[in-house]
Write a new protein. Structure first.
Length: 651
C-alpha cells in the first residue's frame, strides 16, 4: 500500500455485492454515485467521478461534498451495454493552501511566506501541465510573491488552472464498478400472452398468420410485448390430455412445453403453426404495430426430442435405465425430461442451449421469457446471457422463477432483465405495501426489475376465482400501476376466466395448456376497454413508467390502498387508490404530502381521473375517496397544478 495515498474511499453506491455484479439502468437514466471520501488530518479532499461508456474513453465529473464526508456526482448512460465508473480522491495541497490563505487574510496576518509556498505549488503544476496551461501557470507563479499576489491566488483563473492540473500522484482510486444498461423497454413494458394455436377460427389449429390477424386487437389494448408460449414441435410420448390427464386422444394437441418430436426440437417450428417465413412475417407485422415478440425459452425436452437420442448424456438416468422425468411433487410431468447440468458433457450442453437463443435472435426475437430458470445452473445463465448480450446488447430476458426470494434475486444479478414476482400472492394491504416498497428501494431496485402478472396459464389465484369482476379490475390496476412492467395471460384475463380445476387448485378448469380454446373476443362484458384505458394512462404518464417514484400514503380505511408515483423530473404525479374489498363500497381520507409531491399547499389543484376522464378540483392534503366495486374498485388520478399556480421546487 503506497504510504502517500492518504485519501480513503468507502461505501460507494450503487454497487451490487461489492461490485461482483453490475447495477442496472436503461438508456437515458442518470446514475447518481455517492461515496465517503476523507483523509487524516485537516487537508482538504478533492473527489472526482470517472465513467466510461462501452468501448469509450473515461470521462470525469467533479464530485460535490454533501455532508459528513459524503460526496456525490452523476453521469448519464446514453447507450446500451456495460458502462463502468469509479471514484478517485486525493488530499489536495493547493485547495488546502488556498483555504488557509483565506483564513490568514481574514485574520489580518502577514502572508508573504505563504505566498512563496503557493508559488512553489503553482510552479510544480506548471511542470506537470502542457501548453498553454503550463505557460499560464508559470506566469502566475511569478505573480504570487508580488503585492497583489493574494488577489491572484484567490482568483478564479488560477484556481481553474490548478484544478485542471492537480497533483494526483498520490490519488486513491476505488474499485471499478459496472452498470448494465438496457433499452427503455427493459424498465417499462406491457405484456400480453396468448397461445397461437387458439387463435384460429372455426375450431381449427391456429397459425402464425392467425396471430397476425389478432395483432390489431392486442395493439388496441395498448400492449407492446406479445409473449408466445413455446412454438416448437410437441412430443407424443406420455402426451397429456385435457385437464392434465395422463392419457391423451388422437386429437389432443399436447402441452407446448413438452418440446421436441421427430420433426425437430428447440430450433424447429410446430408444423401446424406455419413456417419460418410465416414466423418472420409475424415478427415484422408485430413491429409495425409497435409490438415486440417475446418467445418462450423452456430448456427441457419431451421423450421424443432428437437430443434424447443424439446426446443421451445430457439427461439424468435412474437406476432402471430410464430417463428421469420432471417432477414437482405431487405433480409429475412424464412428458418432460429436464437437462442434467451436472453432466460430464456440460460444456457441449451449455453451448447447444446458448445457440438455441442465438438462433432465435437471428430470426428477429430480442425478448425471451425463460421458463423455470431457477432449475438450471446459475453459472450457465451468467455465461449464456453474458455471451448473448456481448453480441446483442439489446436482448432482454424475463425470468419465470416463482421460487425463494434469494434465488430470484440471484437470477436478476446474473443478468435477467426482468422477473416475475410474488404479486399474484400479495393481496392484503400490508402485503402489497411492504412487498413493493422492497422492490422499489435499494438495494433490490439496483438489480431486480419486477414484472407483475395477476394471472398466468399456471396460476389462477383464489382472489380471481371468487372475487368476480371487481377482483379482475382491481388486480389489473394494481399490477399496471405498482409495477412499471406488467402482463396478463389473455384472453383468459379480459374474459374473466375464474373456474378452477378443483377446489383449492390454482389450475384452470379446461386449461389452455392441454387443449385448444375458443375465445369470444367480442363479449359485451370483456375487460378489454378498461385494459386499453389503463395502458393508455401508462403510456401517457412517465410517472407510471418507472418504479423509483413509488410512495404509499396513509388512508383511514384498512381496505383502501393509496399510493403515488412521480416522474424523475417531478412534473408528473399519479395517485392510485384501490379497494381490496370486492363486495362492499368503501370510503376513506387519503393524506397527501403535497409539498413532497410538488403540489400547492395553499391553492387548489386538479385531480384528473385517467379511467373516466372526469376532473375534480381538490385543495389541501386530506381527500375523501369513495369506491364502489359494483362501479369500479379503483381510481387512477393525475394530480396537476391548475393554470396560474406557481411551481414548487422538485424534491
Amino acid at each position: 500500500m503506497p504510504g502517500r495515498r492518504r485519501a480513503v474511499i468507502e461505501a460507494v453506491v450503487p454497487q451490487v455485492d461489492c461490485g461482483r455484479f453490475p447495477a442496472k439502468r436503461v438508456v437515458g437514466d442518470g446514475v447518481l454515485v455517492e461515496a465517503d471520501a476523507f483523509a487524516d488530518g485537516h487537508d482538504l479532499i478533492v473527489a472526482v467521478l470517472r465513467d466510461r461508456p462501452p468501448g469509450g474513453a473515461w470521462r470525469e465529473t467533479p464530485m460535490a461534498s454533501v455532508h459528513n464526508d459524503r460526496w456525490q456526482a452523476s453521469f448519464t448512460v446514453d447507450q446500451v451495454g456495460r458502462h463502468e465508473y469509479q471514484v478517485v480522491a486525493w488530499a489536495d495541497a493547493w485547495q488546502t493552501w488556498r483555504a488557509d490563505l483565506r483564513t490568514r487574510l481574514d485574520a489580518s496576518q502577514d502572508v508573504a511566506l505563504d505566498l512563496l509556498i503557493g508559488a512553489q505549488l503553482v510552479q510544480a503544476a506548471a511542470q506537470r501541465a502542457r501548453d498553454p496551461d503550463a505557460a499560464d501557470l508559470a506566469r502566475l507563479a511569478d505573480k504570487l510573491p508580488e503585492a497583489d499576489g493574494a488577489t491572484v491566488a484567490l482568483g478564479a483563473v488560477l484556481d481553474d488552472l490548478m484544478t485542471r492540473n492537480a497533483d494526483r500522484s498520490n490519488a486513491t482510486e476505488s474499485d471499478v464498478f459496472a452498470v448494465a444498461v438496457d433499452p427503455v423497454h427493459a424498465r417499462f413494458s406491457s405484456w400480453y400472452e396468448l397461445f397461437p394455436r387458439s387463435a384460429g377460427p372455426d375450431g381449427r389449429h391456429g397459425t402464425f398468420r392467425d396471430v397476425i390477424g389478432r395483432l390489431p386487437y392486442v395493439a388496441g389494448m395498448g400492449f407492446d410485448v406479445l409473449y408466445l408460449p413455446p412454438i416448437h414441435p410437441i412430443g407424443t410420448t406420455f402426451r397429456k390430455g385435457p385437464n392434465n390427464v395422463t392419457t391423451s386422444g388422437p386429437d389432443d394437441p399436447g402441452v407446448p412445453w413438452a418440446i421436441g418430436s421427430p420433426e425437430g426440437g428447440h430450433t424447429s417450428i410446430h408444423p401446424e403453426l406455419g413456417t419460418l417465413a410465416d414466423f418472420a412475417e409475424l415478427v415484422a407485422a408485430a413491429r409495425a404495430h409497435g409490438i415486440r415478440i417475446a418467445l418462450d425459452i423452456a430448456f427441457q425436452a419431451s421423450p421424443d426430442h432428437p437430443w434424447v437420442h443424439e446426446h443421451p448424456t445430457w439427461f439424468r438416468r435412474r437406476p432402471d435405465g430410464t430417463v428421469q422425468y420432471a417432477e414437482n411433487p405431487p405433480k409429475k410431468y412424464q412428458d418432460i425430461y429436464p437437462f442434467d447440468f451436472e453432466s460430464d458433457d456440460w460444456p457441449d450442453l451449455w453451448q447447444a442451449l446458448c445457440e438455441v437463443m442465438r438462433y432465435w435472435i437471428g430470426q428477429g426475437v430480442s425478448i425471451f421469457r425463460v421458463d423455470n430458470p431457477h432449475t438450471k445452473a446459475f453459472p450457465f445463465w451468467e455465461w449464456a446471457i453474458g455471451e448473448l448480450k456481448r453480441d446483442h446488447p439489446d436482448t432482454l430476458f424475463l425470468a419465470e422463477a416463482f421460487t425463494r426470494p434469494k434465488v430470484m434475486y440471484r437470477l436478476a444479478k446474473l443478468g435477467f432483465s426482468q422477473s416475475y414476482t410474488y404479486f399474484t400472492w400479495r393481496n392484503t394491504k400490508w402485503e402489497l405495501q411492504s412487498y413493493f416498497e422492497e422492490l422499489s428501494s435499494a438495494p433490490v431496485s439496483e438489480y431486480f426489475r419486477p414484472n407483475a402478472w395477476p394471472n398466468t396459464p399456471d396460476i389462477l389465484h383464489e382472489v380471481l376465482q371468487g372475487g368476480g369482476r371487481p377482483a379482475f379490475e382491481a388486480r389489473l390496476v394494481l399490477a399496471a400501476t405498482l409495477s412499471a412492467s406488467y402482463g396478463i395471460y389473455g384472453p383468459a384475463f379480459e374474459l374473466m376466466e375464474h373456474t378452477p380445476r378443483e377446489p383449492g387448485s390454482e389450475e384452470y378448469l379446461d386449461s389452455e395448456k392441454y387443449e385448444i380454446k375458443r375465445w369470444d373476443l367480442d363479449r359485451d362484458d370483456s375487460l378489454a376497454p378498461l385494459i386499453a384505458r389503463v395502458n393508455a394512462a401508462r403510456h401517457a404518464h412517465p410517472a407510471l413508467q418507472r418504479n423509483d417514484g413509488l410512495a404509499f400514503h396513509d388512508v383511514d380505511d384498512p381496505q383502501l390502498l393509496a399510493y403515488t408515483k412521480r416522474s424523475s423530473d417531478g412534473q408528473d404525479v399519479v395517485l392510485t387508490v384501490v379497494s381490496l374489498d370486492f363486495a362492499a363500497p368503501r370510503r376513506g381520507i387519503v393524506m397527501l404530502p403535497l409539498e413532497a409531491l410538488g403540489l400547492p399547499t395553499d391553492a387548489p389543484y386538479d385531480a384528473v381521473d385517467l379511467l373516466d376522464g372526469r376532473v375534480a378540483r381538490w385543495e389541501g392534503p386530506r381527500q375523501l375517496i369513495e369506491l364502489d366495486p359494483a362501479v369500479m374498485p379503483a381510481r387512477v388520478l393525475h394530480l396537476r397544478r391548475r393554470a396560474g399556480t406557481a411551481e414548487a421546487p422538485a424534491r
